[in-house]
Write a protein of this length. Structure first.
Length: 153
């Protein structure tokens, strides 16, 4: 892949429809945009030829101590890559980028939630160093893990 990763500006949020259906997931899209505008959500996009192929976010504060601890732990939220661009290194590049950014921001830990049956994502996160199990749970979407990666100081 020969794209680039850059931080998303709130006024560009609608362009994320290149990646996922904002209308179908209107409630989530509204929440994400609000968090982006408030500065609680920082989103990066993988862009190639003016088109967004993937996105990933870091959330500073979430009302869940497994996911965030102010000043110490930040949460990776919503890694998504366009279906036709999966398994081409886009997701790996985005994960590597946010891990680096979290460390630059002074965080010592980074967490993520992943569905137990999402084997490609589990493999990606394991390879990226998310190896500490924080929690096993189940919600409306099924069973999931909360995983942690400790960042080097």
């Amino acid at each position: 892949m020969n794209g680039s990763i850059r931080q998303l500006k709130p006024e560009e949020f609608q362009k994320c429809s290149d990646i996922w259906d904002l209308e179908k997931h209107a409630e989530m899209a509204t929440r994400f945009l609000s968090e982006l505008q408030s500065g609680n959500r920082l989103t990066w996009v993988y862009e190639q030829d003016g088109r967004f192929l993937g996105e990933i976010s870091l959330v500073k504060e979430k009302d869940d101590p497994d996911y965030t601890v102010p000043g110490r732990r930040i949460y990776v939220s919503r890694l998504i890559v366009r279906r036709e661009n999966r398994r081409q290194g886009v997701g790996k590049a985005l994960v590597k980028h946010v891990v680096s950014r979290a460390a630059e921001m002074g965080y010592s830990e980074i967490s993520i939630g992943v569905d137990m049956d999402n084997y490609p994502a589990l493999r990606l996160y394991w390879q990226a160093g998310f190896r500490e199990l924080l929690f096993v749970g189940e919600d409306a979407d099924g069973k999931y893990f909360k995983l942690l990666k400790r960042l080097s100081p």
